[in-house]
Structure formats: C-alpha cells, structure tokens
Design a protein around this ligand. Structure first.
Ligand code: ZN
Length: 308
C-alpha cells in the first residue's frame, strides 16, 4: 500500500540509528540517539520502546501507516524467539525485545543481529545489489560476517553463524579476547591494528587509519602492521570463500573506510594465495553506518510479508 511504513532501530554500543522507512527502502525520517549503556539494560530497553513509539507517532502524523517494526542489536541474538540473549557492550541478558516492541506499538515486530541485518541491507540495497551470493564482512572493534543468499541471511543453529573473527589464521599468534590464540580479529580488527602498532612503537594513540596513512607514507612499523593485517584478512576471507563461494565480498565497518588502502593490498594478497577457488569481487560497503537501520527495516518488512 502506498502509505505503508516501518519503524527501524539499530542499537549500537554508543548510539542508536532510528528511522521511518518506506517499503521501497527510502528513508522518510531519521533520528539518532545516544545509547548510554552505562544506565543499564532496563533503561536502554525503556528508551528503545519510547523511541519506537515516538517514530510510529511521527509516521502517523505524516500520513503514513506503520505496519511493523524492526530492531537490530549486537551480541548473541535468538532471532526465532526475538530475544537479545547477551551483549557485552549494551548489557542485554535475555531481553525479550521483539515481544516488548510488538506489545508497546501494537504492531508485528522483528529482532535481528546487527551484522546480519547490515549484510541484508548491503546485499539487497547496497554494494551486493546485483549479486545472489554475498558475504558481508564488518571490520571494526571485532570482525564478523553475514552470509546472504538471494536476500536471506542464515543465523545458524545457535544464532552464532558468521563469527569469522575467531577463525584461527595464525596458530600460536596473539591472544584473542575469546581466549584463543591467533584469531583473525586479534590481528586484523581496527582495534588490533592500533594495539599492534602501539606495541611496536610505544605510541598508544594511533588509530588503524593513522597506521594505514603512515604505511602509505613509508613508515616502516606501520607498513609491517598493515601488511600483517591485510595478509591475515586474506587468509580469513579465503577460508570463508572455501566455505561459501561468494560472488561478492562486501567489506564494511570502520576499517573499510580506508577504501583502496585496504582493498588493493587485500585483493593482491587474495590473488597470490588463491588456488582453485574462484576469486570473489571484493568491494567496499555502500550504505555506511545506515546499513544496520535499513536492514532492521527490511527485517520488519519481511516479517509482514512472511505472515500467512
Ligand atoms: Zn577469538
């Protein structure tokens, strides 16, 4: 129907991106709010419900009819029951967010995992638009992936599919937050790149972007850290390619903002390692930090479309 709209929220560790979205994916109205996770999961949940209700009201005032709501959260998400099971940065422990939102708004609701819904949006509306088999890889504080086939994501049996950041690419390598050694994200996440550069130089404030820029300018420690990271990423992505045979790998998250400084050495490292697998197209995400919010909107639309 022409006046339909969905309410979408992407809840992150620091901020929430929220919008009223039309069925064709266009954003009618967007707002951002601080998450303020320090106030505790109950207060964050209350804020989510208030913001969602406010957006539904706003849609109605603008002559639109809200038909569903979608919420994306980080951490472990049980999409089948609509529960935010566990999140280190927001503090959720078994919060039945889907039913809380549905009850408050009187609308069907859907709950999704932030990286998976980001992948959904990139695959359907963004950089993977023309491709049936898309692997979305978000590289930020950690590294996680979403496998999307024909516009559908797969959460796995326990909601934990796509944890590519914990594929061990350097056995015996640096310790990862998960407890293992040599995980991809212990070498190639934005956080790991900054940390490894600090270990080499004693300079604690350099970000992954600073390392990329210094590597390009010929700084030796930076070049070495950057090369280690891109080679580890190539090994991780080729492991994923062996499993999924993606047509396109879309790189998102903060580190992808480095653009060709990341993509060019990564392509070269993949090409030099690949054997019989087919090389995927490697490209940068197109939707930036709105992917999660748009993906939450798609989830909401799907939840209505899937109803008998
Ligand atoms: Zn790990």
């Amino acid at each position: 129907m022409s006046d339909d709209a969905v309410i979408a929220l992407d809840v992150g560790g620091t901020g929430m991106k929220c919008a009223v979205v039309r069925p064709d994916g266009t954003v009618h109205h967007a707002e951002r709010h601080p998450t303020r996770a320090d106030r505790g999961p109950q207060a964050v949940t209350a804020a989510i419900l208030d913001i969602a209700a406010g957006l539904a009201e706003r849609a109605g005032a603008d002559g639109l009819t809200p038909i569903a709501a979608g919420v994306a959260v980080p951490g472990v998400v049980d999409e089948a029951t609509g529960t935010a099971v566990w999140s280190s940065n927001v503090g959720f422990r078994d919060v039945p967010l889907r039913s809380l939102v549905a009850e408050r708004l009187g609308l069907p609701a859907a709950l999704g995992h932030d990286v998976r819904v980001g992948g959904l949006a990139e695959a359907r509306l963004g950089a993977g638009r023309d491709e049936r088999h898309v692997l979305f890889v978000a590289i930020g504080t950690g590294i996680a992936a979403a496998h999307v086939v024909d516009g559908r994501t797969f959460a796995g049996a326990h909601g934990a599919a796509g944890e590519i950041g914990h594929v061990i690419v350097r056995p015996g390598g640096p310790r990862c937050a998960c407890g293992a050694r040599g995980c991809l994200e212990a070498i190639a996440s934005a956080a790991a790149i900054g940390r490894r550069y600090a270990e080499l130089t004693g300079e604690a404030d350099a970000t992954a972007f600073d390392v990329a820029a210094r590597a390009a300018a010929g700084d030796q420690p930076a070049a070495s850290v950057w090369q280690d990271a891109t080679e580890a990423l190539a090994d991780g992505l080729l492991t994923a390619q062996a499993l999924y045979d993606a047509g396109t790998i879309v790189l998102g998250g903060g580190l992808a903002e480095a653009g060709e400084a990341l993509l060019a050495p990564l392509r070269a490292a993949c090409e030099s390692r690949i054997t019989f697998h087919r090389m995927p197209r490697l490209t940068r995400a197109a939707l930036g930090d709105t992917a999660g919010c748009l993906g939450a909107a798609l989830l909401a639309l799907d939840s209505v479309a899937d109803r008998p």
